[in-house]
Design a protein around this ligand. Structure first.
Ligand SMILES: [Zn+2]
Length: 124
């Protein structure tokens, strides 16, 4: 749903205005996986709150990847009745394809923890 924090996190939008994009290249641009603007193009929120701000996002990405891996393996193995080897194979393939998105999602989750939505951003 537009305007909700979850929508903003998963669509990689600015945490403050939910309109600007956090990243300025496509999710499938593997050459520039973490190319972020320094500020939001819509509300001018700073994206790098302090030097090394996204260091902590690494831990989020471990959590997100592990969560997704277990979820996908369970889905293939129990939901689709594949062999365990096939479940691992498909899961790794999907994680590799979604790798850039997972990295970006982790940064998105991270900045949303620190910057809250402000629907009156135009007036501040
Ligand atoms: Zn913004």
């Amino acid at each position: 749903m537009k305007g909700s924090a979850l929508y903003s996190i998963f669509s990689l939008k600015c945490p403050r205005c939910h309109q600007g994009k956090l990243f300025d290249t496509s999710v499938f641009d593997y050459a520039h996986p973490l190319s972020m603007g320094s500020t939001c193009t819509v509300c001018h929120q700073k994206y790098e709150l302090e030097p090394g701000f996204y260091w902590g996002a690494m831990f989020v990405s471990y959590g997100v990847s592990a969560f997704m891996m277990f979820g996908l393996i369970a889905l293939f193995f129990f939901g689709l009745n594949t062999s365990l080897e096939a479940a691992f194979g498909w899961t790794i393939a999907i994680i590799v394809i979604l790798f850039v998105y997972i990295l970006r999602l982790s940064r998105s989750i991270w900045i949303h923890l620190f910057v809250k939505y402000n629907k009156n951003w135009q007036h501040e």
